[in-house]
Design a protein around this ligand. Structure first.
Ligand code: AMP
Length: 221
């Protein structure tokens, strides 16, 4: 079972991806996490990637594409690929590689969320001092904090610094929402593929987490 998942930062991609990953016992292959591992390990690839990552830019394709394809080919259980492809070129190269290796793609999942909402969600996230998993978001009414305290336990709340960096959020979303050459272009490449044998599942990221989960489960065989 092999799955691609698309969704902007702030769309709940991690939460929904976990559902598919756990159901089929897949390897979660996340390009950003692979880079972080290389950086942590001080590898040559990590050193090269770091300068781009620190600037909030995409790591060049000649580094990224072979790295991801290599990790995919080492997976025995099947994979959930997250964070790749991020551009049309990456999408096309991935498809070429899968065809060449005779690897079947089973599902492509897209979480759709308007850009302004994705941004408001990221900037609205608040972290509970007692438990980082307590959901609090000033941008989402159903999980709005209780005044300025955690809605679950009344703990102190704070905002993550990187969640408040509007310029960085805009930069990421510029890449994601670019329908010409960016991530949306890659997503549309898979959505509009003629004769595709995989199932394309569109999720409405504006629905509640549980509604999205239920729908996703109903779409997976
Ligand atoms: P992420 O954890 O997905 O936010 O990725 C962290 C950083 O790794 C990104 O900001 C990019 O610099 C780099 N990165 C991750 N995935 C890719 C990709 N598919 N292509 C190019 N760069 C990537």
């Amino acid at each position: 079972m092999n799955i691609l998942i698309f969704g902007p930062n702030g769309s709940g991609k991690g939460t929904q991806g976990d559902i598919a990953k756990d159901k089929y016992n897949l390897d979660h292959i996340e390009s950003g996490a692979i880079f972080r591992k290389h950086i942590g390990g001080g590898t040559e690839l990590g050193l090269k990637a770091k300068e781009f990552i620190n600037k909030g830019e995409l790591v060049p394709d000649d580094i990224t594409i072979p790295m991801v394809l290599d990790v995919l080919s080492g997976s025995n259980e099947g994979w959930l690929l997250d964070g790749f492809p991020r551009s049309l070129v990456q999408g096309e190269k991935l498809w070429e590689a899968l065809q060449k290796d005779g690897v079947k793609l089973d599902y492509v999942i897209e979480i759709k969320l308007p850009r302004e909402i994705a941004k408001a969600r990221i900037m609205g996230r608040r972290l509970c001092a007692n438990n980082p998993n307590h959901p609090n978001n000033v941008g989402i009414p159903v999980i709005a904090p209780d005044g300025d305290k955690c809605r679950v336990c009344g703990g102190e709340l704070s905002a993550r610094e990187d969640d408040q960096d509007e310029e960085a959020i805009n930069k990421r979303h510029d890449i994601y929402y670019d329908e010409e050459t960016g991530t949306m272009a890659a997503c549309n490449f898979y959505k509009n593929m003629e004769g595709a044998e995989y199932k394309f599942i569109e999720l409405n990221g504006e629905d509640s987490i549980d509604t999205i989960k239920e729908y996703l489960i109903s779409q997976l065989d």
